[in-house]
Design a protein around this ligand. Structure first.
Ligand code: GUN
Length: 310
């Protein structure tokens, strides 16, 4: 029997602990403010942003959505970010990624004031992370660390394998696991014998964005498997193959036109892992909870600078 690592439960606990801090800020000065910049009309990004805005509303954080068009120029987006940097009612700025190809994403992330960088993507905060100094941590990896902590999954001394080397998940995940004293391997598309390397992982984190790619021969028996993938499947035959004709999942596909699958084969993961995160309901809710936590941290820091009682 494997344990399901329930991201919704951990999210609820994180948000419950944030509630009084938000109330204290609102009483001392004003509620925390988060600006979310969503460029263009990508459906996936729109769903993510909608969920972030909803979480703010539930927690009492003031959210401000900006939705510039997909054809925006880098300079125009930089001007928007600069405007948000100057606004005293905004504590956190999130620029939803990916940005359209004509936009220089690096310049945009560099333009976000480091103290308002609730994603932890500014190079200064990446440096703080690597150096083990205080600062905002990228939300998905820090949410995963919180999940492991809440389920009392030991990390120190364990072999951890991270598949995927993105700036958003793979790299910061590896650093956080390293700081927690795991022995960490980062894998990617050019890794030789990927199944063999993955099978070394007592903790396996899949974050490469390839639907159900990690099958049974990638999973060490008894591993703790964290599936970061959120892939939308619309093809019925593919869904039927991945979910072994599960009537429930196929009904979801019929009803919604798509069904979510992670980067790990769900049934193989269930069969081989000692504990695993389901998709949906595993890592996804944690990302938003940690965004809220980073926003509250930024608001408290701003409040302290104003020397208000918070
Ligand atoms: N796109 C996918 N994940 C994220 C995230 O955590 N932050 C931002 N800004 N964009 C994303």
């Amino acid at each position: 029997m494997s344990i399901i690592l329930d991201g919704n439960r951990v999210r609820d606990r994180i948000l419950r602990d944030l509630g009084p801090r938000v109330a204290a800020l609102a009483a001392a000065s004003r509620p925390p403010g988060l600006a979310v910049v969503l460029v263009g009309n990508d459906t996936g990004s729109q769903i993510y942003v909608r969920n972030k805005v909803k979480a703010c509303a539930e927690l009492g954080i003031a959210s401000h959505s900006l939705t510039p068009p997909a054809n925006i120029a880098t300079e125009e987006l930089l001007a928007i970010v600069e405007g948000l940097n100057q606004r005293p009612d905004i504590d956190g700025i999130l620029v939803q990624l990916p940005l359209p190809p004509q936009v220089d994403s690096r310049r945009v992330l560099l333009a976000v004031a480091p103290q308002k960088d609730v994603d932890g993507f500014h190079p200064m905060n990446v440096g703080n992370l690597v150096a083990g100094r205080p600062g905002p941590r990228p939300c998905t990896p820090s949410g995963i660390m919180e999940l492991l902590k809440q389920y009392q999954i030991p990390v120190a001394g364990k072999r951890a394998v991270v598949v995927g080397r993105s700036d958003i998940v793979g790299k910061p995940m590896a650093v956080l696991l390293l700081h927690a004293n795991a022995t960490v391997t980062i894998c990617h598309s050019r890794t030789a014998d990927l199944p063999g390397v993955c099978r070394e992982g007592e903790i396996l984190v899949a974050a490469m964005g390839r639907p159900a790619m990690l099958t049974a021969d990638y999973i060490r028996p008894g591993a703790v498997v964290v599936d970061v993938g959120m892939n939308r499947i619309t093809d019925r035959a593919e869904a039927a193959r991945i979910f072994r004709n599960s009537p429930e999942r196929l009904a979801t596909l019929e009803r919604k036109g798509s069904v979510l699958v992670g980067d790990v084969d769900p049934l193989d993961m269930q069969a081989k892992a000692s504990a695993y995160t389901p998709v949906p309901g595993g890592v996804g809710p944690l990302t938003i909870a940690m965004l809220m936590a980073n926003t509250v941290n930024a608001a408290e820091a701003a409040c302290r600078i104003m020397e208000e009682s918070c």
